[in-house]
Design a protein. Sequence first.
Length: 292
Amino acid sequence: MQLIDGKATAAQIKAEIAEEVKQIVESGGKRPHLAAILVGHDGGSETYVRNKVLACEACGFKSTLLRFEDTISEEELLAEVDKLNKDEDVDGFIVQLPLPRHISEQKVIEAIDFRKDVDGFHPINVGRMAIGLPCYISATPKGILELLRRYHVETSGKKCVILGRSNIVGKPMAQLMMQKQYGDATVTVCHSRSRDLKKECREADIIIAAIGQPDFVTADMVKEGATVIDVGTTRVPDATKKNGFRLNGDVKFDEVAPKCAYITPVPGGVGPMTICMLMKNTLSAGKKEFYR
């Protein structure tokens, strides 16, 4: 069994990005600029955004954080999005989700200029990804592809089972693993209504678990020599931890790991790659790689 170390891989990629940014700036080019909008004081969102700002520093990017109280109206937030759309110095920006209930997340996502949508959530980027055109690919699926590539996990012709059908992970992951230029695999998507889910998993060469149910994938669901990618990060109460909880994946790691050829841990697997791929998308935005 080989552990797929997302933390070490992410650090390596950020160093590669920083070197490229250094060369861009030294040759007279523009330093990439990522902006983020944070609404309210959600603990998870605060942590994510803080980590994104730190990642920008590590990559040599310029970063801007715009903070608003959760009393901001939808109209006011859309006006802030429009300002960033029009700001020529900002190459890419994100609106940290979730948003307060009185604001339509979909309306905000669609208001972002797709050429600056480094989260890859805008319908234009999602559509271009689905048919294999150059675009910003959402960070978690992109990070998983990068881990598979860097660890030389064979995907072409393999059977891949994806647990979960969310717009952020499950659906784009299925699209990418299917495409010849990325996974080139035979893909099955399982969810809460799937029959014979265990049987499907037992036949899989690659399992990508993204359903948000701690310890859902057990040893009897995994065949010998499979690759298991655990996207789940659920906070589970743990009195032994200073903050009172631990992050738990969708995979029962201790019993599944011995059967695997490759497996990602939680934390330290897919998580660090997500922010890292946001940095890759920002670099692409700065270089006008996809859209001019």
